[in-house]
Design a protein around this ligand. Structure first.
Ligand SMILES: CC(C)(COP(=O)(O)OP(=O)(O)OC[C@H]1O[C@@H](n2cnc3c(N)ncnc32)[C@H](O)[C@@H]1OP(=O)(O)O)[C@@H](O)C(=O)NCCC(=O)NCCS
Length: 173
């Protein structure tokens, strides 16, 4: 018997997705130390995140896309614009995919869709920070056209007590 094909869907997240985003954040925290994320307490954090998402929806300052497989969130990408007009057109990018779904093109699709939507709104530069030991992330970003622009030495405390460098990457459109 053939297995049914799993269905990937990418959608924009709204305030109603606060609980799903908290769960996804906490899943990523438990699976990888390559994202500089903190765990969020669902009982208190969900309402706070919902309020933040409501404000950002009004301001139009942040775009979050969620990838679902068969209705379950497996990844997200976030593009955030700086409200300072001197930084107009600059978008800070973040992406995370749960481990079971790595290597299936989901990170790439999420990044491309966030970039496309922001480019349609006038973005001229995308930028991000990635730990220098994150080979998968570095390869993804290079292949999307990001270039290494600098290094923040010993910028991130790692669980083993060491400090890791972050690479600054940017891409002009
Ligand atoms: C980095 C991450 C977002 C990539 O998402 P993904 O869905 O696994 O990536 P994709 O399947 O779209 O692959 C995109 C690219 O990643 C790279 N990649 C994928 N699997 C890889 C592997 N095993 N080793 C090295 N690079 C790999 C490749 O460049 C690949 O492109 P290609 O298939 O055309 O060669 C995901 O692995 C992740 O969330 N990791 C943990 C959190 C994290 O590191 N987030 C980014 C912090 S800056």
């Amino acid at each position: 018997m053939t297995q049914p094909q799993s269905q990937l869907r990418v959608r924009a997240a709204g305030p109603e997705d606060a609980a799903a985003l908290v769960a996804l954040n906490n899943q990523l925290v438990s699976q990888t130390d390559l994202m500089v994320l903190l765990p969020i307490e669902p009982a208190t954090g969900t309402g706070q995140l919902r309020a933040l998402l409501e404000r950002q929806a009004i301001e139009g300052s942040r775009l979050i896309l969620i990838a679902d497989i068969d209705g379950a969130p497996v990844g997200m990408a976030i593009g955030t614009a700086d409200p300072n007009p001197r930084y107009r057109g600059v978008v800070e990018m973040e992406v995370g995919v749960v481990q079971a779904a790595w290597g299936r093109g989901i990170g790439r699709i999420l990044m491309q869709l966030v970039e496309r939507r922001w480019t349609e709104r006038g973005a001229r530069r995308f930028q991000l920070r990635v730990l220098d030991r994150n080979e998968r992330g570095l390869r993804l970003y290079r292949s999307l056209g990001y270039q290494e622009e600098g290094r923040l030495r010993c910028n991130v405390a790692m669980p083993d007590g060491s400090f890791a460098d972050q690479v600054l990457m940017g891409k002009l459109v």
